[in-house]
Ligand binder design. Structure first.
Ligand SMILES: *Cc1c(COP(=O)(O)O)cnc(C)c1O
Length: 436
């Protein structure tokens, strides 16, 4: 038997002291098979695992890394901030600068409060919406993911869906009693019990599922009709689709926004923001409590500011254009492979801005538009087989069919071209030699 790799050895040790060996479930490779690679370092579009193997990385911390790993501007900002002290429990200039940077770029977002994760951002936004409206109900959409707070684990999202669970054990019925889960891409009926509608304006936790024409506008109108707030969970799309996120992309303005991932430059940050009159309910001025020891952390604000200070409209436009070519190239190549293999699936490579997905759906079923479609695509099992064949060739996509790909601004044209070639080879092998 082959000697264990360092990743295998580390995973074995992790299994002894960390539940499941990982600190976030999808990292355990449960839905794709095999064992996780442990990352030793990253630079730009690449990571190197604990065995020194180089991987072209499309995970990019599930979107937290926009510029690519260890971007010099981010490294320098964090280094400088660290020498000045890492946390004080008193306000710092960095918090003001990051809040100004966000509000200046997102049309209609007048104020933000910083937190330490996307989970906190959505949880707090819901509390604000309930406090502002005096209502309890929250409407969410199946297949959207809003972090792991109890009330929002009524949706079957990324990690949860990957594990094949409808919700989570440990969430009491009372915690989700006011959470309504509706199908994505269908405007639900609302009434005056609804505090807010919480949605991923471009769904990116059931593969990539764009909103159909009229869906977001329909939500806006439905909320207005009953006095409910519209909350965009832009933890992925914020500062990813462009400086104005999904709000600028769609032209639909919510009342509250949730951010995370990109705005932390790879450090733990989230933020929720919105209309000034709505956020006035927050403590210390209002009755809605929310707090955080490390909220607005100096390292995190420095990293986030470094990212926002580095990118402009041109950079986003360039990335989206290059990813559009990548997605078209991938779809053409993979469709051809599937056709020659006579496999009973269709390939779709949905793309919105610089995000793309890889969906292998049952033949004839069309692009994925909701969580049922996402489950059907996952069930074909082709993504998992392709994942392993790609990894053997040094290309890392997310270890689960419900995730999307996050090309960074550090991915070169050569990287993207190679990805198309390698993906076609990998899929050919994966279909020719089905593994158990
Ligand atoms: C990742 C994610 C979250 C949760 O963010 P964490 O930082 O992992 O807590 C919330 N909403 C969406 C849309 C996400 O993709």
């Amino acid at each position: 038997m082959a000697e264990a790799t360092r990743s295998e050895a580390l995973f074995a040790r992790a299994l002894a002291v960390v539940p499941g060996g990982v600190n976030s479930p999808v990292r355990a490779f449960g839905s794709v098979g095999g064992h996780p690679y442990f990352v030793a370092r990253g630079a730009g579009a690449r990571v190197w695992d604990a065995d020194g193997r180089e991987l072209l990385d499309y995970v990019q911390s599930y979107g937290a890394s926009l510029l690519g790993h260890a971007h010099p501007a981010v490294v320098e900002a964090v280094r400088r901030a660290a020498t000045l002290g890492t946390t004080f429990g008193a306000p710092t200039e960095g918090e003001v600068l990051l809040a100004e940077a966000i509000c200046a770029r997102v049309d209609g977002c007048e104020q933000v409060r910083l937190v330490s994760s996307g989970t906190e951002a959505t949880m707090s936004a819901v509390r604000v919406a309930r406090g502002f409206t005096g209502r309890s109900r929250v409407v969410t959409f199946a297949g959207c993911y809003h972090g792991h707070s109890d009330a929002l684990l009524a949706t079957a999202g990324s990690g949860v869906a990957t594990l094949g669970l409808a919700g989570s054990a440990g969430v009491p019925p009372g915690a989700v009693a006011d959470t309504v889960v509706a199908p994505y891409n269908v405007v639900p009926e609302l009434d005056d019990r609804v505090a807010c509608v919480l949605v991923e304006p471009v769904a990116a936790n059931m593969g990539l599922v764009p909103p159909e024409p009229g869906f977001l506008a329909g939500l806006r109108a439905a909320c207005d009709a009953v006095g409910a707030l519209l909350v965009f969970d832009e933890v992925i799309t914020g500062f990813r689709l462009g400086l104005g996120g999904a709000t600028a992309w769609s032209g639909i303005r919510p009342d509250l926004w949730c951010f995370g991932k990109v705005i932390g430059g790879g450090l733990p940050v989230g933020a929720f923001g919105g209309r000034r009159d709505v956020l006035a309910v927050l403590a210390p001025d209002g009755p809605v409590y929310q707090a955080g020891t490390l909220s607005g952390n100096p390292l995190a604000t420095a990293a986030g500011l470094a990212v926002l200070g580095t990118v402009d409209d041109d950079a986003y436009g360039d990335l989206a254009g290059r990813v559009a070519r990548l997605a078209a190239g991938l779809e053409a190549a993979l469709v051809e492979v599937v056709r020659s293999a006579g496999e009973g699936v269709d390939v779709h490579v949905p793309r919105v801005g610089p995000l793309f997905g890889l969906a292998f759906v049952p033949a004839g079923s069309g692009p994925v538009r909701d969580v049922e479609g996402a489950h059907a695509a996952a069930a074909t099992g082709v993504y998992a087989r392709l994942f392993r064949a790609l990894l053997r060739r040094g290309v890392a996509v997310a270890p689960g069919p419900y995730e999307v790909a996050f090309p960074s601004m550090a991915h070169t044209d050569a990287d993207l071209d190679r990805t198309v070639t390698v993906a076609a080879e990998a899929l050919t092998e994966a279909l020719a030699h089905p593994e158990p």
